[in-house]
Design a protein around this ligand. Structure first.
Ligand code: OAD
Length: 249
């Protein structure tokens, strides 16, 4: 058990695995989307340029699937952490919006959000949760140009302000929880190493080993919906028993 008494700043980095128990498919591994679909045909600027309707059909299908899903106990635990811990930062690679639905208010979304659309001409953004979309590909109501999903595609850079905030949080944290990511997609996969280099403890929550596993201080090889509530409950018990022993401390 890690000593969490001195915890000042907890960072949590999530990936597709945290939403697996909500019913959202992951990308890699058993049943993963990239087992059945080719990312270069669906999730690149080139693919969108060639066939925006096909790309939108795929996103419309995913929006329909995600729209049926609810946050699970792992998401709810992170919302509780944000409400109770002053030094808490949530960074996600997920575009499904389930962290917001669970109640997290400050979420650094590295790869964007599937419910947001962006005008390819004006750059304006809008949230639209309509499923299915009435017209594919959708067009900007203001200028008529194509709208695109406001997500990061392969070959694109991450939103600079979000990445900068994520790197700063990683460098400043005492503990980073890495939950449900295969830790192979950059630059997100480097964040735990930035944390480690700056002295943080790393905890990985993943039923499977990843390239990060050799570097972590604690591996919880369990599904997130089980491991996160348990870890959080035991941390709170530890904190409460400290307070009982040392009421002035
Ligand atoms: P992946 O699909 O690559 O990895 C999901 C990870 O979740 C795997 O390591 C699984 O072992 C783990 N996992 C599965 N079920 C779990 C559970 N119940 N609890 C905890 N872990 C579980 O997803 P990401 O690492 O998020 O990028 O993928 C990173 C990026 O690659 C995505 O954001 C997306 C994708 O291409 C873009 O779209 C830009």
């Amino acid at each position: 058990m890690l000593d969490l008494g001195q915890l000042q700043h907890l960072v949590v980095l999530t990936g597709a695995g945290i939403s697996a128990e909500s019913g959202v498919p992951t990308f890699r591994g058993h049943g993963g989307l990239w087992r059945h679909y080719r990312p270069q045909e669906l999730a690149t600027p080139g693919a969108f340029g060639r066939d925006p309707k096909l790309v939108w059909e795929w996103y419309d299908w995913r929006r329909g699937l995600i729209g049926e899903c609810q946050p699970n106990p792992a998401h709810h635990t992170l919302a509780d952490m944000e409400a109770r811990l002053p030094g808490f930062t949530l960074i996600t690679q997920n575009v499904d919006g389930l962290h917001h639905l669970a109640g997290n208010r400050r979420v650094l979304e590295l790869h964007g959000n599937i419910w947001r659309m962006r005008c390819t001409r004006e750059g304006t953004q809008q949230v639209d949760r309509t499923v299915p979309l009435p017209q594919l590909p959708p067009r900007c109501a203001n200028c008529g140009a194509l709208l695109r999903p406001d997500v990061v595609w392969f070959g694109e850079t991450l939103p600079a302000d979000v990445l900068e905030a994520a790197l700063a949080a990683a460098a400043a944290c005492d503990i980073m929880l890495v939950v449900g990511t295969s830790a192979v997609v950059q630059p997100a996969a480097s964040l735990p190493l930035v944390a480690k280099q700056n002295g943080a403890l790393l905890v990985e929550v993943n039923p499977q080993p990843t390239p990060l596993s050799d570097y972590v201080d604690l591996s919880l090889r369990q599904p997130a919906a089980q491991a996160l509530p348990e870890w959080w409950a035991s941390w709170q018990e530890q904190r409460d028993s400290r307070a009982d022993r040392d009421p002035d401390g």
